[in-house]
Design a protein around this ligand. Structure first.
Ligand code: GDP
Length: 474
């Protein structure tokens, strides 16, 4: 890994903007920029203190390229830990390229994807899991994923792993010390204390491993399947949730044959709504493929919203019976999946019809596990806010509100699983009275997997993989 050269890249998105930021980092960053920068104050940039900002012109010989602000950060007090200058220039792609090309001619190299953050990691400004959180933070699109990335970047997760790793390392050394005194049959590592540590580690690992399911769902959006016959108002409901006309609304029954996904943030949590074709019994081949798909989508969803047209079931007993049967079908297949029955188009009903309908739906939902109902009108928005509240209740967002650490990264998840496997072996070994040398092997393995998460143990391939997913300039 080369750290002795100076790199440059555009840190803001490419294209025109009001301002663009060009980052320069490396041992010669200030030395390279200073002669090209003519400060309004006439001061030499190379003489300036860390964390200062200067107004001036970037000069290519006699030619002024742009008037910019130069921010100076001196090693090690910068993001990368190196000498750094950030030039805020006018956001024309032409100006950006002129300045970057000039800096390259004067000795900078074009930064690779994620190289600034890679340098921050190599200079011990952050550990590997924190560096990975930087990428998540940049990609976060809602309050939940933002909060998880922020927490990881601040080191919540790696601090915990780091502490356990140190304790475990301590025991590993004591056990290995025993090996040197094998003939004397001494125990430096207190086995009871060690057992206690192993059990604490198991608890923490299990909690972190379990959090992955929640973390993953929150990061990618909670999948909600919307099931209902054509024309009951699925698209209209999605639109009123979205507050914009994204899905196509039409009067022709069966237009929602293919599944559409809509993402939106409700109460700071990302949701993914999966529009399905419903599960009405049919002989039509295309429709029956649709039904199979619907069940697949229900399987993948965290919550099922079953939508009916209340103006139909309020007057049509057969239709109501069909609804009952369909809900039974869903519940037979997915008994534990929360199901919300929504009676839409209530704006078409008279008050007494609504009361009547309520009683019927109460009856249906009381016969099914984890089922609730809600009266709604997608057209007038009546009940839509209530629907949002109910969706948030269904989802276990408790983990987000308290400060428990949530694992969102599949690389960490894999390492945690392997670490737990090894720790379980250590426990078995302890119970079987295994000799110190054999225990030490499994402990070292567990330590290895801990180290993989925080980056104590790493290799160029792994780093290459992780940082290649970053954007250039970060
Ligand atoms: P989908 O096939 O389930 O997606 O149904 P659409 O959203 O396309 O709606 C079918 C028809 O029902 C459209 O004409 C909508 O305007 C109408 N519709 C949807 N929701 C309501 C509602 O709450 N009240 C009334 N009166 N009409 C609705």
């Amino acid at each position: 890994m080369k750290l002795n050269d100076t790199i440059v890249a555009l840190a803001t998105p490419s294209g025109a903007g009001a301002i663009a930021v060009i980052r320069v980092s490396g041992p010669d960053a200030i030395k390279i920029v200073a002669p090209l920068f003519k400060a309004k104050s006439k001061k030499d940039l190379a003489e300036q203190a860390t964390h200062t900002i200067h107004l001036g012109n970037v000069m290519d010989g006699e030619r002024t390229i742009d008037e910019v602000l130069a921010s100076v950060f001196r090693a090690p007090k910068s993001y990368t830990g190196e000498e750094t200058v950030e030039l805020s220039c006018h956001g024309s792609p032409y100006i950006q390229q002129e300045i970057i090309q000039l800096l390259i001619r004067k000795g900078c190299r074009s930064a690779e994807a994620g190289e600034f953050t890679l340098r921050a990691f190599l200079n011990a400004k952050m550990d590997l899991s924190q560096a990975e959180a930087v990428a998540d933070l940049i990609n976060s699109e809602n309050a939940a994923s933002h909060q998880m990335a922020m927490q990881q970047m601040r080191g919540g997760f790696s601090n915990e792993i780091q502490k356990l790793r140190e304790e475990l390392l301590n025991f590993a050394s004591l056990i290995e010390l025993e090996l040197d005194f094998a003939e004397e049959d001494v125990e430096f590592a207190n086995r009871d204390q060690f057992r206690d540590l192993v059990s604490r580690i198991q608890t923490v690992l299990k909690r972190l491993i379990d959090s992955f399911a929640t973390g993953n769902v929150l990061k990618n959006g909670i999948p909600v399947a919307i099931v209902g016959e054509p024309n009951v108002g699925k698209s209209t409901l999605l639109n009123s949730l979205l507050n914009e006309e994204r899905a196509i609304v039409s009067d022709i029954a069966g237009t929602t044959r293919d599944t559409i996904e809509d993402e939106m943030s409700i109460g700071g949590v990302g949701f993914r709504f999966i529009d399905t074709a419903g599960i009405r019994e049919t002989k039509d081949v295309v429709e029956s493929i649709g039904i199979k798909k619907t069940f697949e989508k229900i399987g993948q969803a965290q919550v099922v919203v079953y939508l009916v047209d209340s103006s139909q079931i309020a007057v049509n007993r057969e239709r109501l019976q069909e609804v009952r049967v369909e809900i039974e079908k869903i519940k037979n297949k997915f008994p534990q999946k929360p199901l919300l029955i929504i009676a839409n188009k209530t704006d078409r009903l008279a008050d007494e019809e609504i009361e009547n309908l309520k009683a019927k739906l109460e009856d249906i939902s009381s016969h099914a596990e984890r089922a609730e109902f809600l009266l709604l009108s997608a057209k007038t928005n009546l009940g839509v806010e209530e629907l949002k509240d109910r969706l948030l209740e269904f989802v276990n967002t408790g983990a987000l509100r308290n400060s428990d650490t949530i694992v969102t990264n599949s690389r960490h998840y894999a390492a945690l699983l392997k670490a737990l496997e090894e720790i379980n072996k250590v426990e078995d070994g302890l119970n079987a009275g295994l000799s110190g040398d054999l225990l030490a092997i499994d402990i070292r393995q567990a330590l290895h997997h801990f180290g993989e998460i925080t980056g104590e143990i790493t290799n160029d391939d792994l780093l290459g993989n992780i940082f290649a997913n970053f954007c250039i300039g970060k």
